[in-house]
Design a protein around this ligand. Structure first.
Ligand SMILES: CC(C)(COP(=O)(O)OP(=O)(O)OC[C@H]1O[C@@H](n2cnc3c(N)ncnc32)[C@H](O)[C@@H]1OP(=O)(O)O)[C@@H](O)C(=O)NCCC(=O)NCCS
Length: 137
């Protein structure tokens, strides 16, 4: 493995991104078979950090941020072959650095519930979610 390079920006090949989601297992929980939706998710994310092993895309942190108060980190994914090497932590560090006064908010995938407390995140007891299509009462 060569040295990992990090890049900022969402000008990425959608097929490479979908392949990464699949190779990290996060694809099981994202609409990777809906290319149009994945394309929209990538295009409209305004804070995307990627990790590269040579020409191979090996990690991504995809967020929506105002760079001042809040950053919603929607997708963090590292290729299985490159997990537990510090890439996830570095992707988050760079996401945080992009908006120094913004807090990072996320929902942990089942496989990552132990990960976030380990690297310094605190659990928030009053987080709420209105899922797509759920009616307001
Ligand atoms: C979760 C994930 C992003 C972590 O990225 P990573 O690059 O493998 O993790 P890091 O190397 O940054 O790990 C940092 C520390 O957390 C630990 N860690 C890594 N994955 C962990 C997990 N799933 N649970 C608990 N601890 C974990 C590492 O051992 C390391 O500990 P250390 O500092 O004591 O050595 C990555 O494993 C992944 O893509 N998983 C599948 C997709 C997923 O679930 N994404 C989260 C969506 S919310």
């Amino acid at each position: 493995m060569s040295e990992i390079a990090y890049r900022l920006g969402n000008d990425l090949d959608l097929d490479e991104v979908i392949d990464l989601y699949r190779a990290s297992t996060l694809g099981e929980r994202r609409p990777i078979d809906d290319r149009a939706r994945m394309g929209s998710m990538l295009r409209n994310a305004n804070l995307v950090v990627t990790a590269w092993d040579g020409a191979l895309l090996v990690g991504i942190a995809r967020s929506v941020s105002d760079f001042s108060f809040c950053t919603y980190l929607s997708d963090l994914a590292v290729r299985q072959s490159h997990q537990r090497l510090g890439l996830g932590r570095e992707l988050i560090r760079r996401t945080q650095a992009a908006g120094e006064t913004a807090s990072i908010i996320l929902l942990a995938a089942p496989r990552a519930v132990e990960y976030y407390p380990r690297i310094g995140f605190t659990h928030h007891a009053s987080a709420w979610m209105l899922k797509a299509g759920e009616p307001l009462r």
